[in-house]
Design a protein around this ligand. Structure first.
Ligand SMILES: [Zn+2]
Ligand SMILES: [Zn+2]
Length: 300
């Protein structure tokens, strides 16, 4: 199985700290390198991880608050200087085309890069043969999308059964995989008896929002759900006023979604030396909770 690698490039919130930069999450799967948000200084985080930004294929923007997008001009400039040859696809909520054009008006952009902007609505926003990206509108006082990466179900051949039936390494295997029964040494081998379905993996990224039902609906059955936890649970009123989540609310989203693992990000600077508090509170509701640090990597 091809690995899905998640790199937490930035796990801080509105103000960066010594340990936490602004939001940015990189998902690598086969030849696709998907960046979710691009806070200021994100390209520097790529350098720390020794990953070239020219490997990027797509950027998904959750919303247009500075801590999620101020790294875009610098990132694009570096990609252009490094001779980025592909078309770079940028997806974002309503207003993205307008904001992108304004961004280019504010400075002299060096170099050329082919950019395609996709202003997207909730629903399926991208699909290829391996996976889809699903978006859902959050409640953050401005258009804000959460995203799910959903790997497609795969038909696999059961190697043990192939051995038992003595199926040679030949085009017959492809026939079986495509659901076609085959004839071998006068015997029929039913495709159904040697294939099985492998469920796709799912990763959901829920950044700035206050509590809302769509968050857990989007995250349903995720292997990993990344959720913002700007505040500790005792600051629920404050979190609500500023359209953010608490540690406990984030954990409730993961629990309701029946997710396998929860990663809490977008921590306020006030928890710089007390992230254990956020983790502890969430764990009471959802046991498999982690608070990653910048540059941490998770593979599934
Ligand atoms: Zn934010
Ligand atoms: Zn925000």
């Amino acid at each position: 199985m091809e690995p899905i690698t998640l790199t937490f490039l930035g796990t801080g919130s509105a103000i960066p700290t010594k340990r936490r930069n602004h939001s940015a999450f990189l998902l690598n799967y086969k030849n696709e390198n998907l960046l979710f948000d691009c806070g200021e200084g994100t390209q520097r985080q790529f350098r720390y991880k020794e990953i070239s930004t020219t490997k990027l294929t797509r950027l998904f923007i959750t919303h247009w608050h500075g801590d999620h997008i101020l790294g875009i001009p610098g990132l694009l400039q570096t990609m252009a200087l490094n001779n980025y040859q592909k078309t770079f696809h940028i997806y974002g909520p309503r207003g993205t085309e307008h904001f992108m054009s304004k961004m280019f008006e504010t400075f002299v952009f060096w170099g050329k890069i082919d950019i395609k902007i996709h202003e997207v609505s909730p629903g399926k926003v991208f699909e290829n043969e391996d996976f889809t990206i699903q978006a859902e509108e959050m409640a953050h006082g401005t258009h804000c999308l959460a995203y799910s990466f959903i790997e497609k179900e795969k038909i696999r051949l059961d190697k043990k059964k192939l051995k038992k039936f003595k199926v040679p390494n030949s085009p017959l295997m492809k026939d079986l995989q495509h659901g076609k029964d085959i004839k071998l040494n006068g015997k029929t081998i039913k495709a159904k008896s040697v294939i099985y379905k492998q469920k796709g993996r799912k990763i959901t990224i829920i950044l700035d929002t206050k509590m809302n039902n769509k968050a857990s609906e989007l995250a349903k059955d995720s292997d990993i759900v990344i959720v913002e936890a700007s505040h500790a649970s005792e600051l629920e009123k404050e979190a609500y006023e500023y359209n953010h989540l608490t540690s406990k609310q984030a954990a409730n989203i993961a629990k309701k979604a029946k997710a396998k693992a929860l990663y809490l990000v977008h921590l306020s600077q006030r928890y710089e030396h007390n992230q254990q508090l956020i983790e502890k509170q969430a764990k009471k509701v959802f046991k498999n909770t982690k608070v990653p640090n910048d540059l941490d990597v998770v593979e599934i």
